[in-house]
Structures are given as C-alpha cells and as structure tokens.
Ligand binder design. Structure first.
Ligand code: ATP
Ligand code: MG
Length: 505
C-alpha cells in the first residue's frame, strides 16, 4: 500500500505588469536611487523620440522636486507630437504597449519604460501619474491614471479637456527616490544626451537650487528616417508564418518582392531558381518542410544586398565632434565610422570619437562613454560587450598611457539593439557588432598613435635643439672674444633654420 501524500500544486499565470512589478530590478527600478534615475531617463527618452517624430528641435524641461524626505516629483515637458487622447491610458498604464515596434531606429524599444515609472510611483507613494498632452488635432487633455497591476490595464482616475498652450506632452510622476545619490548621475545622463542628440535643448531644475541649461550644439535636424520591411536574412519560422498568413494568396515571386527589402524581380527569380521552386506557386501551397527550407535559404543565401540604412540615424562626424567638444574640454578629437553593416539581417552602424583632454580620468586605457540609438548608457558597463572590446585593444601600442587622459565615445545604432535586460543598460555579445567595434577602435588607436608619435618626435627634436642651441651660443661667444669683437651675434635664426622648430627662449 502506498503512503505517498498528495501534493497540492496550484498553477496559474500572471500578467506582464505583475511580472515587472515582481521583478522591477530587471527594468532598472531596483532601488530608490536607480528608480529616480530611470524615471528621468525614460521620460526624457520618450520626449526625444516624440520630437524626432514631430521633426522639431527638442525643447525639454525637466523639474525634480523633493516634496518631503525621499518623496520626489519628476516633471518632464516636451514639444513633441503629443499623444492622441484615446491612446493615453494604454500608453501610460499598460505594460508592453507602445508605438515603437516597427523596423526603425528609436530610443524606446519595449513599450515598458514610462509604465514602469508609473507603476513604481504608485507602489511607493500611492499617487497617479498626471499626463497633460496636446496633439495637432486637439486643444489638450489632462489624465490622472494608475496601473491595474493584476490585469495589466490602465485605471483612469480622471480625464478632462484642458487647454495646453503648445503641442507636446507633460508627464508628472511622484515616487520614492534618493535624490542625493541619483543627482550626479542624472546630470551626467542629460549632459551626455546632448552629445548624442546635439540638436536638443535640455533644461534641468532641481529643488530651486540647481538650474542647468544644456545644448543645443546644432540647429540642424537629423534626416527623417523611415521604417523598413524585414531583410530576408532576419527571417525565422515565426516571421515566415506571419507573412504567409498575411499574403497566402500571392505567388512566390510576388510574395518575396512584397514582403522583404532588397528583393526585386531579378533577385527573386535568381533566388527561386537556386531553390528550385516554381515562381508561380502560391505561398500557401508550400508544405511545412518546404517553408522550413525557404526560411533557412533566405537566411543563408548570399545574393541579397546589405540591409537598408535609411531606417537609421547616426550622429554624424561634424555634429558628434562639435557636441563632444562643447560638453568636454577636449585637446584632440578624431572621428571614425565603419559604415552600415548587419547582424541577423538587422542593419547597424558604429561611429566613435577618440578624444584627449583634462576632463577625462587618467588611465592606461581610454575612459568609455557608451551610446545606443542616441541614448547614453551609464550603468552596467562591466557587463557590456563594448567594454570587452575596449579591453581587447592593446592601447599601449598607440602610446595611450596614464600621462595623457583619453576618452572613447562610441555610438551604436540599429533597428534592433541586443540589450541584455529590459533596463536597457548593457549590450549582449553579437559577433558582428564585436568585430566592427574592434576594427573601429583599432582604426582610431592608429590615428591617435600617429599623432602621439609626431608629438613625441617634436618633443625629442625640441630637446635636441635646446641642447645644441646652448652649446652653439657658448661657441659663438667664445669665438667672438677670440676674434676681438664686442657684440655677440644672435644664433636663433640659424638654429631655427637647422631644426625647423621654434626655439624656446
Ligand atoms: N512624451 C511622449 N510623447 C509622445 N508619446 C509618448 C510620450 N511618452 C510616451 N509616449 C507613448 O507611449 C508609449 C509607451 O511609452 P514607453 O516608454 O512605456 O515605451 P516605449 O518608449 O515604446 O519603449 P521603452 O520601454 O523602451 O521605453 C510610447 O511608445 C509612445 O507612443
Ligand atoms: Mg520609452
């Protein structure tokens, strides 16, 4: 007879909001310092994305006020597109809801950031988020709302029509935060944001004590970007299944040309010949095996051009250099970019600046400043693939030493950023990105090496010249006395001619 006890196991499921409520550290809301920093970051990030959509120079006001100890109010206003009234509840009160899931470079990725700030605010201070927004088609709406965590739904407390002077959005979140600890990081984040978004003007006020104006360093708007279709090399069975259910009636030739970028009639004909498939068959006729073979061949076929880069927005040489030298005291700065490349069919570009100047810490490797899709990353740098690449380069080869402070500003932009976690702080290792970043850093290292070698040569020459000049003067003085002259002739011009450098005295 079995004496086994029955164990009561209860099963269930939780909503995405509940998941992030339980695991908020995964989204950058693990403690009061990080939560305050992340709230500012998420609100500013959304404002900048919205100004890009509006094709306008961003004017963003950030106000942080301590209501009482540890209770902080964060208010961020922008001149972006505004949010259509009917979208406000879900955009701000539902986790994983957003407008940035298309194939183009955006700062926002998950549809999570602002809702996490709202959620954190409500669980720590029991207060709703306030959103005052106006689009081109409305005069303004004011919402107060919370998140129904168990059901991942917005709970609207109030909604009224309220005139807002200009098109744009103001968001006010109250939360428990550690302002003293977060303050420096917030200021650093905003300063660096104007390096990666040089056309933005940011104003920060903290408790009527600190008032900082940052930017803008450029008056030129970046070229507008457009979402692109998937590249054939980014296809897996899930993508193919979805496209098939949408375009099932199309023949193979038409299906390939309409569904993917970089496939026109000629490429499609070549590819189908290579696959030995009749171009007139409809996509819904293919068996599961044939679909799997098609997905694999789309990923492997090397006759497709590289992905489109019109969906990317780099900072660009002159803006990046100008912004860096406006924010930091820079002696020398050199820019390099590797052009468009791809990882799993996603286009990416890496651009970087190597700079020297007394604002940077002294070290035998450059101090790293990381940016992705124009957002500075300040946390978790030790886990990041870019830090690993930085350490792989032999900097002493390029005469980088602790005697001259060097910094490296590196910007990766892509339609898909391989973040390690929902907090968007560090990048996973992707071989293509790692390779390109490594090549780029070596290229910048060589440029700096050449400049350092030239400077060292000139220091050596100057030293030699000074020694020669001293002895030469003594010889001339001695010869003058020997020849019975009173006036010793000047030797400077002769020495200068010999060494082709300016004498020191
Ligand atoms: N200031 C704003 N102006 C216009 N739209 C906004 C603003 N703030 C939020 N939104 C809208 O709300 C949506 C949700 O924002 P949220 O920050 O949660 O996600 P996201 O920005 O899409 O991605 P991520 O989780 O990476 O931040 C956005 O996709 C956007 O459509
Ligand atoms: Mg966001």
């Amino acid at each position: 007879m079995s004496h086994q006890k029955t164990i009561d196991t209860s099963f269930g499921s939780i909503s995405p909001a509940e998941f992030f409520y339980r695991n908020r550290q995964m989204a950058g809301f693990g403690n009061p310092t990080q939560a305050l920093y992340s709230t500012v970051r998420e609100l500013v990030e959304n404002s900048l994305d919205s100004c890009d959509d509006a094709q306008t120079l961003p004017l963003i006001d950030i106000e942080i006020q301590s209501v009482k100890s540890e209770i902080i109010t964060v208010k961020v206003s922008d001149n972006g597109t505004g949010v259509p009234s009917e979208q406000v509840p879900q955009a701000f009160g539902q986790v994983l809801y957003g407008s940035k899931y298309s194939q183009q470079q955006k700062r926002g990725t998950f549809g999570l950031g602002v809702t996490m700030a709202v959620l954190y605010g409500q669980i720590t201070t029991d207060s709703p988020v306030i959103i005052h927004t106006r689009t081109q088609n409305s005069n303004g709406h004011l919402y107060r709302l919370l998140v129904d965590v168990e059901n991942n739904l917005p709970l609207v407390e109030s909604n009224e029509e309220l005139q807002r002077n200009n098109v744009g959005t103001t968001v006010i979140v109250q939360l428990k935060g550690d302002l003293k600890r977060a303050q420096d990081r917030i200021i650093e984040y905003l300063r660096l944001s104007t390096v990666s978004t040089p056309h933005a003007k940011l104003s920060l006020k903290i408790d009527d004590e600190i008032h900082v104006n940052l930017g803008n360093w450029s008056n030129t708007l970046p070229e507008p970007i457009r979402p692109s279709k998937p590249h054939p090399r980014s296809v897996d069975m899930e993508v193919l299944r979805r496209l098939t259910s949408r375009h099932g009636e199309k023949n193979l030739d038409d299906f390939l040309c309409k569904s993917f970028q970089k496939i026109g009639p000629r490429t499609s004909a070549r590819f189908l010949r290579f696959m030995n498939l009749n171009p007139n068959r409809t996509i819904s006729e293919l068996t599961r095996d044939e679909l799997a073979q098609l997905a694999q061949a789309l990923r492997k076929y090397d006759g497709f051009e590289r992905p489109d880069s019109k969906c990317l927005s780099t900072i660009g040489k002159s803006d990046f250099l100008n912004a860096t030298t406006s924010v930091f005291n820079v002696r020398f700065a050199e820019y390099a970019s590797r052009g468009v490349n791809e990882w799993q069919g996603n286009p990416f570009v890496i651009e970087a600046i190597l700079a020297t100047g007394d604002d940077f810490p002294r070290s035998d490797i450059p101090t790293l400043y990381r940016f992705v899709n124009r957002v500075p990353l300040l946390y978790d740098s030790s886990d990041d693939v870019l830090t690993r690449v930085l350490k792989r380069v032999n900097w002493s080869r390029y005469s980088v030493s602790s005697s001259e402070p060097v910094a490296l500003f590196i910007h990766l932009c892509s339609t898909k950023i391989p973040f390690k976690a929902a907090g968007k702080q560090s990048l996973a290792s992707i071989p293509e990105i790692e390779h390109e970043a490594h090549q780029l850093l070596k290229e910048l290292g060589r440029k700096l090496g050449k400049i350092n070698a030239r400077a060292n040569r000139s220091v050596r020459e100057t030293k030699k010249m000074r020694e020669f000049s001293k002895s030469f003067k003594q010889i001339v003085k001695f010869s003058t006395t020997l020849a019975g002259y009173d006036e010793v002739p000047s030797t400077d011009a002769l020495v200068k001619q010999l060494f082709e450098v300016e004498p020191d005295e």
